[in-house]
Design a protein around this ligand. Structure first.
Ligand code: ASP
Ligand code: MG
Length: 327
């Protein structure tokens, strides 16, 4: 029986060099089969404004936002890859692509479509960084673009996943090969791919996105697709882990509860679902579409603290309502 672990690292867990090093440490210790990453820090917001600058023809907004993309990513690349010219080179290629998009994009294109093509670059950059950084630290891995196996419709900005199409692509993208050979896979959260049936007469790189903060959902979706396609049994996906900046799921909002905050050891799917609703104490902690993918198949979800990885975190599973606190 396989035992597959899927770990997701969000933008706040990848915001600077110490965070990247911490991510590397966690991955080397925990050895997840699949690592899902978001864009570094606030890169996605900056890219959204790059797109806005293009569509609204606002050079100032475009240029400032492009500078922010550079500011969030370049220092990390410079520091981590002093001896690896290929990574900075690929970053410069993306910056060039973004810069040229100002004149390259036909202004008739919809804002949502342009925005997805550009926002996707945040995760492309971060996944290259994480993959290359791990490889440099004797952790060989394979970077597989999420676009190749998470397939959606063309609702840009909040695309709906076609499970049928995605399942068909799972084998071709190399993911299954890697899982069987125990080669760690790095992929992107948040972004997906779609096909235009007509000949693209405008700027379209084939990207869609799953909704802001959607990489939690990506991690759950990958687990769910692997089971739906019959490649794995549900019990073979041992855990989906979301690394966050809180110790776990709190009895109260940890940002308000301060030092006395208490965190659940375990929660049922239903209780957790209540907590992430708009008036729940964990609202915003996890992307709302995440849970459904896991609950139906009873795949466990764990929320863990990125800076205190030895804490158990909160396990969300089919178990009873809750079993006390760990803090
Ligand atoms: N980078 C994307 C965003 O900021 C996705 C994510 O963070 O989960 O919305
Ligand atoms: Mg993000």
């Amino acid at each position: 029986m396989l035992e597959i672990k899927i770990h997701k690292f969000g933008g706040a867990s990848l915001k600077d060099v110490p965070s990247l090093r911490q991510c590397g440490k966690i991955v080397k210790k925990e050895k997840p089969n699949i690592v899902v990453v978001s864009a570094i820090g606030k890169t996605t917001n900056a890219l959204e404004n790059v797109a806005r600058g293009i569509i609204e023809n606002r050079t100032d907004l475009f240029e400032q936002s492009l500078e922010l993309v550079r500011k969030y990513n370049e220092p990390i690349i410079k520091e981590l890859f002093k001896k690896r010219p290929d990574v900075p080179f690929k970053f410069e290629e993306i910056m060039k692509y973004l810069t040229e998009s100002f004149v390259g994009i036909n202004k008739c294109n919809s804002f949502e479509m342009v925005r997805d093509q550009l926002m996707a670059q945040g995760e492309i950059i971060s996944s290259r960084i994480v993959s290359a950084f791990l490889a440099d630290n004797d952790y060989s891995n394979k970077l597989i673009p999420a676009k190749n196996f998470i397939r959606t419709n063309l609702d840009f900005g909040n695309a709906i996943v076609s499970k049928e199409e995605s399942m068909k692509t799972l084998f071709d993208c190399g993911l299954i090969y890697c899982l069987r050979k125990e080669i760690p896979v790095i992929t992107q959260g948040f972004i997906a791919g779609a096909r235009l049936d007509r000949k693209p007469e405008f700027y379209f790189e084939g990207y869609t996105t799953l909704g802001r903060e959607g990489s939690d959902y990506s991690a759950a979706l990958i687990a769910s697709l692997l089971v739906d396609s019959g490649i794995l049994k549900a019990e073979e996906v041992t855990e989906v882990v979301l690394w966050k900046d809180v110790p776990g799921v709190g009895l109260e909002n940890p940002k308000k509860a301060g030092k006395d905050a208490k965190f659940f050891k375990t929660l049922s799917y239903d209780h957790f679902q209540e907590m992430i609703e708009p008036n729940g104490t964990a609202y915003g902690l996890v992307h709302p579409k995440t849970l459904k993918e896991l609950k139906d198949k009873e795949i466990p979800l764990r929320v863990k603290n990125f800076w205190k990885p030895d804490l158990p975190g909160t396990l969300i599973s089919k178990s009873k309502r809750n079993s006390g606190f760990f803090y």
